[in-house]
Design a protein around this ligand. Structure first.
Ligand code: HEC
Ligand code: HEC
Length: 319
């Protein structure tokens, strides 16, 4: 009897010890991830981002000069943080690229999607925005761990990877303000959605199921899906200006065309209001809920950026 009791106690003690060890491991894991992201503040930012919120950018801190030293510094950051996906040459052929549904951008190709210009080249600010805010739903997570100066430096480096960029910054399109009330903008936007045949790809209700949706390819011949506005978070986020820029300048290298030649500014801003009104909104339900609703690519991004970190731990791995 005594013996049995003793062994039971021993089993409980062992199990208790196991739980304590597991908890310790969990704390260690969270601490490591938090450290990699740049502190608990960044963890909160990441949770907000996973929830679909648009992160604010530090545009107050003046950018460093765009010179050889900055480019050199940007190259070092790129090789530490970005090559697992974008590849050492920046051609999108990083070691983990094939594990992603949406492939990493190829900076040597001359195709940039997320820009404010009709020119094929984005502005410095366009690149800064993508790095600071990430692209929702994809493995391109935001980088709160980078200081603004570091983000600018890596922007300058990316620009050296193709001959797209000239000395002068390309001109951003004009973003016009609303000319009527929000409800009447939404109403007009719904009409423009039909007139411009957005439904052919995005579907009548915006669920990404239009008649052309299944057959689309990007410039590399890879299949690409139109956004499902209802169920997916907009990659660029829900801010009106960002939606407007997608409509006005298109997503270069994809079937998503630029509409600024065919639609008026008024029609485009109304469309942006309409898309925002039907787009999936952040749930605002905190860190755990955000973590549970990650897309597979976002999960891979978290693994690569903050858990595996092959190049941070072993800097010479991919050289
Ligand atoms: C875990 C994988 C991953 C890592 C690491 C990563 N990216 Fe990305 N990146 C992507 C993917 C995927 C896309 C394409 C998303 C899309 O456009 O749909 C992308 C797109 C981009 C774009 C947008 C280009 C365009 O088409 O306009 C920029 C700029 C960029 N990444 C910069 C960086 C920088 C700088 C780093 C390092 C600080 C980095 N990325 C690290 C996966 C990654
Ligand atoms: C020929 C097919 C096609 C048509 C027509 C089309 N789109 Fe798209 N659209 C796409 C594809 C494909 C994507 C996804 C691109 C990506 O994720 O890289 C997209 C993405 C978008 C996005 C999402 C950007 C983000 O941040 O995720 C918006 C907004 C959008 N389209 C608006 C429109 C509007 C408004 C119209 C009509 C004026 C329209 N599209 C017409 C194919 C199309």
């Amino acid at each position: 009897m005594e013996q049995k009791k003793k062994s039971k106690v021993a089993v409980y003690a062992l199990a208790g010890g196991g739980v304590v060890i597991l908890l310790l491991l969990l704390v260690l894991f969270v601490t490591l991830v938090a450290k990699s992201m740049g502190g608990m503040g960044s963890v909160t930012l990441m949770a907000q981002w996973l929830d679909g919120q648009t992160l604010s950018l530090d545009l107050e801190t003046p950018p460093p000069p765009e010179n050889g030293d900055s480019i050199e510094a940007g190259k070092a950051i790129f090789e530490m943080r970005c090559i697992a996906c974008h590849g050492i040459k920046g051609d999108g052929k990083g070691k983990r690229a094939n594990e992603l549904k949406t492939r990493p951008a190829d900076f040597t190709s001359g195709f940039f999607k997320w820009k404010s210009t009709l020119d094929p080249a984005p502005t410095n600010l366009d690149l800064f925005k993508v790095i600071g805010r990430g692209l929702h739903g994809t493995a391109m997570l935001p980088w709160p761990a980078l200081r603004p100066a570091e983000t600018w430096q890596v922007v300058y480096y990316i620009k050296t990877l193709s001959d797209l960029f000239e000395e002068n910054q390309p001109k951003p399109v004009n973003i016009s303000g609303p000319t009527r009330s929000i409800p009447s903008s939404i109403l007009l936007g719904k009409k423009v959605y039909e007139k411009a045949k957005c439904y052919e790809c995005h579907g009548f209700e915006g669920r990404g199921d239009g008649q052309k949706a299944g057959k689309l390819k990007d410039y590399k011949g890879l299949p690409i899906k139109p956004r499902n506005f209802i169920e997916e978070t907009l990659k660029r986020g829900n801010e009106l200006d960002e939606i407007y820029l997608t409509i006005a300048t298109g997503l270069n290298g994809t079937p998503m065309a630029a509409y600024s030649k065919t639609l008026s500014e008024d029609e485009m801003i109304s469309l942006a209001y309409y898309i925002r009104s039907i787009a999936r909104k952040p749930a605002g339900q905190g860190m755990i809920s955000a973590a549970m609703h990650m897309t597979p690519d976002e999960q891979m991004g978290m693994m690569i950026d903050h858990v595996m970190k092959p190049n941070v731990l072993r800097p010479n791995l991919n050289k």
